[in-house]
Write a protein that binds this ligand. Structure first.
Ligand SMILES: *Cc1c(COP(=O)(O)O)cnc(C)c1O
Length: 347
């Protein structure tokens, strides 16, 4: 089962397979026929479970991936003459091939700095106030990622500070929650505390990296902004005809709390990996390990040797370093093996 080509890796949480809860919901959804384009019981059950999970009314849409979720959500928050503010390491900026600009018909993305992948609230203010004349693309949306691309997590207080800044500047808030579950698990928070209670208008909730096979949920807490979003999805090729197969995994993930159980598990293993790495003086951890990834500076020679042992990992995310990412199915033994190989590669 764990033959070389099936070996669990630390390259990304999207290297993992499908968790049993999502898989069995899919099997159930596969029995017989169901109405198409979202008019099926699975889609309504998944949306209801999301409303239950977030303890509020919200409009829910299911799309195929995070790039579509982010860019369509962002497009629905602004006009093309507006601007979107996000961190310079944001996925929407660095890993979506310009899709947010494309789907919003050219809305400019303005980049903000901030330590450890988190927005500096003062930088928001600076960017908004830089200009107020008609020649500047009017700032309209603030996009933030929870957990961040660098494996850090905004605390509730940090989110409230950002919310305050955004409100002062009349910015709507979009949250890229590809790893929202890891953020919630890390904080021990209620999902509502780090979403609509933090002023988030629309949340892109990640399923794929949390144990699903495909599909993210776009959740509008600001109901008015959801107007005609269904048309936006359809036009972008994001309206699944067999929608039940995008929705059913969510039922499996959310029904008995599997989504948080798995996120907490991945976070715990990342913490344990970081702990072992801290024992190796040749290595340097680059950012606080708060979610399910560990970013490490490793000597070049050791990187090559580690790759030679068959390990796959990314070195291009964020501000360099090697990224090791734990998934819902990463085991303690996987971490032990990686640590043992790391040690060998350093000698
Ligand atoms: C993985 C990821 C996404 C979604 O990427 P897709 O490949 O388009 O599904 C979005 N945001 C962040 C921060 C991610 O890590």
């Amino acid at each position: 089962m764990n033959a070389p080509n099936h070996r669990r890796q630390f390259a990304s949480d999207n290297y993992s397979g499908v968790c049993p809860e999502a898989w069995s919901a899919l099997e159930e959804a596969n029995l017989g026929h169901a109405p198409s384009y979202g008019d099926d019981p699975w889609t309504s059950q998944a949306a209801d479970l999301i409303r239950e999970t977030f303890e509020t009314q919200c409009e829910v849409f299911f799309v195929f991936n995070g790039t579509a979720a982010n860019s369509l959500a962002l497009a629905s928050l602004c006009q093309s003459y507006h601007s979107i503010l996000c961190h310079e390491t944001a996925h929407a900026e660095t890993d979506e091939c310009g899709a947010p600009e494309f789907f919003s018909n050219g809305t400019k993305v303005l980049l903000l700095p901030g330590p450890d992948g988190k927005l500096d609230p003062l930088a928001i203010d600076r960017m908004v106030k830089r200009r107020s004349d008609i020649h500047y693309p009017k700032p309209k949306v603030l996009s933030l990622t929870q957990a961040t691309e660098l494996g850090t997590v905004y605390s509730r207080e940090e989110l409230q500070t950002i919310r305050h800044q955004a409100q002062q500047s009349n910015l709507r808030i979009h949250m890229d929650g590809a790893r929202f579950a890891n953020g919630v698990a890390a904080l021990g928070a209620k999902p509502r505390e780090t979403s609509w209670e933090a002023g988030v208008d629309v949340l892109c909730l990640g399923g794929t990296k949390n144990g699903s096979l495909v599909g993210e949920a776009v959740i509008f807490f600001n109901l008015a902004l959801a107007d005609e979003f269904d048309y936006r999805c359809k036009q972008a090729g994001q309206l699944a005809s067999k929608m039940r197969f995008l929705a059913a995994p969510w039922v499996g993930l959310l029904k008995n709390g599997a989504w948080l159980k798995y996120a907490a598990h991945a976070n715990r293993l990342a913490a344990s990996l970081a702990e072992s790495i801290r024992q190796m003086p040749e290595l340097k951890i680059l950012f606080p390990t708060q979610a399910n990834s560990v970013f490490v500076q490793i000597p070049e020679r050791a990187i090559a040797r580690l790759r030679g042992k068959g390990w796959l990992f990314y070195t291009f995310i964020g501000q360099g370093g090697c990224r090791f990412m734990c998934s819902w199915d990463t085991t303690e033994e996987d971490v032990r093996q990686l640590v043992a190989d790391l040690k060998q590669c350093l000698t």
